[in-house]
Structures are given as C-alpha cells and as structure tokens.
Design a protein around this ligand. Structure first.
Ligand code: NM2
Length: 508
C-alpha cells in the first residue's frame, strides 16, 4: 500500500507557524510576551461572558445530538463495529485529552481556592474548603469534556459517516464549506489556526510539567535541578513518543495509553492506601456531591458585583484552555472512534473523562490538603515561597519510601506526557497529509518528524526566560477564533444531518 502523501501547503504552514509564532517568542520573549499576555487578559476580561455562553450552547447542542433523534447514528457505515476494544478506546480518549497538567493541578489547585474562595466565602473557612475540593473537579468535569466532545463528533461524523477523505479540523466543516474542501480558503485558515493552537499547546504542556518531573526526580536522586535535567526529561518523553509514533496507532499509541492508565491507577491506589484513606474517600464523596449540587451555580457564576477575578482567573481560563485543545484532541479521538454511535461517543467522553480526572483531584488533592490541615507539610506555605513544582514533589515525598515514590511519580508523568503527545503528533501528521482515507495512517516518517519536532519546541521555549508563559497565553488567545469555529461545527453537523435525513427519505 502506498503511504499517504504529504500536503506541502499545510506542511509549509506548520513550519511558518513555528518560525513566525515561536520565533518572536524565542528572540524577543519580553516584548512578544507583553503583547500576547495583554491580548489574552483583554479577551478574558471583556469576552469572558461570551465563553460562558458558548459553553452553554455546546452543552445544549450535544445534549440534543446525544439524546435526540440522531443519537443512535453510527460513525461509519451502519454495519461498522468499533476498531478498538472499549477499554483501549477509553484509555486513548482519556490520555489524548489530559496530560501531566492534570497531575500538576490536581495536587495544588485547591490551595489557590482556599486562599481566595469564590462566592464570597471567608478564606480558609470550612465553606472555602468545600469549594476548594470541588472546583477543580468541576473545571475538569462534564462541562469541560463536553467542550472536547464537540470537535470530536463533528470531525468523526464527516470523516467516517460522510466519507470526507482527509482528516483535519476543516473536515468538521466540510458540508458547510463544500466545493474545494480542504483546499478552500476558509478551510486553510481553519487548519492554520488549528496548527497554531497545537504547536503552542505542545510547548505549554511539556513546559508546565517538566519542572514538576525534574523536581521529583532531583529530590528522589538527591541532586539539584538543572536545565540539563529538564532537557533530559524532555528527551525521555521524546524517545517514548518517537517509539510510539514509529509503531503506529494500534501497536504503539494504544499500548502507551493503556500503560499510562495502569501506571496512573497504580500511583493513585498507592497514595490512597498509604495515605489517609478514609479522609480522602470522605472528602472525595462529599466534594463530588457538592459539585453536582452546585454545578448550575458554578457554570453561571459571573461575579458581577464583587468582580474578584475568580471567574476570569479560573473558569474562563480553563474553558479557553479546553477550547484551544479541543480540535487536536477531537481529531485524534475521532480517528479511533469508528463504529461508535454519536450517543456513545458523547456520553463516554463526558462520563469517563470526568471520572478519570476526578480520581486525580480526589486522591492527590485531598492527600495534599490533609497534609496541610494536619500540619505535616505546610503545602500552602511552600507554594507561597517556592515554585509549585517543589511543592508537588514535597507532597509526594511524604509518602512511605518517599524517594522511591518521587521517582515513580516522575516516571509516571513522563509516560503521561508521551501518551498525550501521541495524539498531538498524530493530529499534526494527519493535518499535513494530503488525503487520508478512513482507516489509514499518515506516513511513518511524517509522524516521526513531528514526534521529534514537538519535543524540540518546548526545549527551545524552556531555554528562554518566560518562553513557556508566553506560549501558554498564545494558546489561550487561539481559543477565541476556535470558539467561532465551534459554532461553525454545530451548523455543519446540523446541515449534514439534515442532508442524511433527506437522502434517507429519497432512498427507495
Ligand atoms: N486541559 C486542561 O497537559 C495537559 O494535561 C493539558 C489541557 C485538559 C485542557 C491539559
């Protein structure tokens, strides 16, 4: 079988993005940073409400899609059955969606909420603790996963059911754009925004997690953290990533995802058993109930009078982050979802994604909270004076055989990164491939190229002071056009579904 050919235009665009977007960040991080950070701040403060409304729209639309008259429709032909076993599929959709940032935030996010709680609660009060232990679960919960589910169904529907022969973000708007398909101007524009978000996202995710991994490994080995250790950590991720990209979808990527889930479950179990089991389970149970009970309040919280900045700093920030990651997570999950029904896909993503994320918040977050409340480790104090990475490593270091635990933790985070980056590599390779008929994968050299390229970018960003922070803001800025794309995806799906209904009615 001839391997799929690359699309020189998209390949060039991807390259140009690296040069034009990453270039200024690398060469003039300070100036570029100021502009990008100011743009994002403006977006969050002025258009925050638009994000919130956008999210309601997405939820309403997906609710209709999953539970309305089309929920039973299959991605693919009616007789198609899933390509992957359900456990492997769930592992892949979870690992594509979240990376090491989950471990990072799950462990320390509560500290910020306790000190500056929402809804006017007094800092440090029992009420603040209730919000603190539930808000993280909310920001990584069903609403957030719904944001991922939209591009996933939108791409998968056109790709598998309507037989669009290329796999990119513009695939999700094929019916709307019609005509020249991926070659048309709007499609090219869409795919370029997609690449920008992906490349900057790639820089951010590794950049955020690497200090945490290096800090744990340095503590475990009793050495000091250096840039060389950081680069070595990224190197390990890239090797794992390149191996998976080489081995392909079912032999490489699926295996790394399954391994990731097993290792993660192992670590969570270890913390749960070695830590204060009952405290973790009690707080977890209560916080999930608290979140479910208050979900309406949380999702509509705009803080019009107090204007404390909580909504902008957290909820809007998170929605922008999920929206920016949505297309490439969606593209990958779409690829592995042939044979599933619309309902199955939407419900599985929302339920399993949320449950998986909640497990981390419940176990790691509540363990750290318990250490702090019982004065075993002053987590909040450490965070005030040191890097979050040090606080996270210190939390893990309190486990029995602390150094071994820190080492396992660091290794797990590396697998976590490799597993999410697999989906990014795949998405980039797919997007730079000219035609990709259902079931085929991009050329191996193309996947390898991006596996290595995606590793280089964060190393470059890490080398300049503030590079990662700027890349992070760039991802958030990219979420604004992608919010508009969400609307296009809904319109496209509606139009496409109407066409299907009309075709069915016309069929003899
Ligand atoms: N989210 C927050 O590395 C990561 O975990 C990225 C991105 C899920 C949109 C997470």
């Amino acid at each position: 079988m001839e391997s799929p050919r690359i699309d020189p235009v998209m390949f060039g665009v991807a390259f140009a993005i690296v040069v034009c977007a990453a270039g200024p960040i690398l060469l003039a991080p300070h100036e570029a940073g100021e502009i990008i950070v100011a743009t994002y701040d403006w977006i969050a403060n002025t258009l925050g409400l638009v994000y919130q409304w956008g999210v309601y729209g997405i939820i309403g639309f997906l609710g209709w899609l999953a539970f309305g008259p089309h929920g039973h429709r299959r991605l693919g032909k009616p007789e198609d059955r899933p390509d992957f076993a359900t456990h492997s599929w769930i592992a892949m959709l979870f690992c594509a969606g979240v990376g090491a940032a989950l471990i990072y935030w799950a462990t320390i996010e509560w500290t910020y909420y306790i000190d500056k709680p929402p809804f006017g609660a007094a800092p440090g009060s029992p009420e603040a603790i209730s919000w603190a232990t539930s808000y993280g679960i909310f920001h990584w919960g069903p609403v957030a996963w719904a944001i991922y589910a939209l591009p996933t169904v939108a791409i998968a529907w056109e790709y598998y059911t309507r037989g669009v022969p290329y796999l990119r973000l513009s695939t999700a708007c094929h019916t709307l754009f019609g005509g020249r398909g991926e070659q048309s101007g709007p499609a090219r524009a869409l795919d370029s925004i997609f690449m920008l978000a992906l490349l900057m996202g790639a820089g951010t995710s590794i950049g955020l997690s690497v200090p945490m991994i290096s800090a744990s490994l340095a503590d475990a080995l009793g050495i000091t953290r250096t840039l060389a250790l950081d680069i070595g950590t990224v190197g390990c991720c890239v090797v794992l990533l390149a191996l998976a990209a080489w081995a392909g979808l079912s032999k490489g990527i699926a295996r790394v995802a399954e391994m990731n889930v097993s290792v993660a479950l192992g670590l969570l179990l270890l913390v749960l058993i070695a830590g204060p089991t009952l405290f973790i389970l009690r707080t977890g149970t209560e916080s999930i109930g608290f979140m479910l009970q208050n979900m309406m309040r949380m999702v509509t919280y705009t803080d019009p009078v107090g204007r404390t900045g909580f909504v902008e700093d957290w909820t809007i920030f998170y929605w922008a982050w999920w929206i920016a990651y949505g297309p490439f997570v969606g593209l990958f999950v779409a690829r592995v979802s042939r044979g599933r029904t619309l309902r199955e896909l939407i419900v599985s993503m929302s339920v399993f994604g949320s449950l998986g994320s909640a497990a981390f918040y419940v176990v790691l977050g509540n363990y750290a909270l318990w250490l702090d409340l019982n004065a075993i480790l002053p987590v909040r104090e450490i965070l005030r004076t040191q890097d979050p990475a040090e606080a996270i490593s210190a939390v893990i270091g309190t486990l029995p055989m602390g150094r071994v635990a820190q080492f396992i933790f660091g290794a797990m985070a590396i697998v976590f990164i490799a597993a999410t980056y697999n989906s990014k590599v795949y998405a980039l390779a797919a997007c730079t491939t000219r035609k990709l008929p259902a079931g085929q994968d991009p050329a191996r050299w193309n996947r390898m190229f991006w596996a290595i390229g995606l590793g280089m970018l964060p190393i470059a960003l890490m080398a300049v002071e503030g590079g990662i922070k700027v890349a992070k803001s760039a991802v958030l800025v990219a979420s604004l056009p992608l919010l508009v794309v969400s609307l296009l995806m809904c319109m496209n799906l509606r139009k496409s579904l109407k066409q299907v209904v009309a075709e069915e009615a016309a069929a003899p």
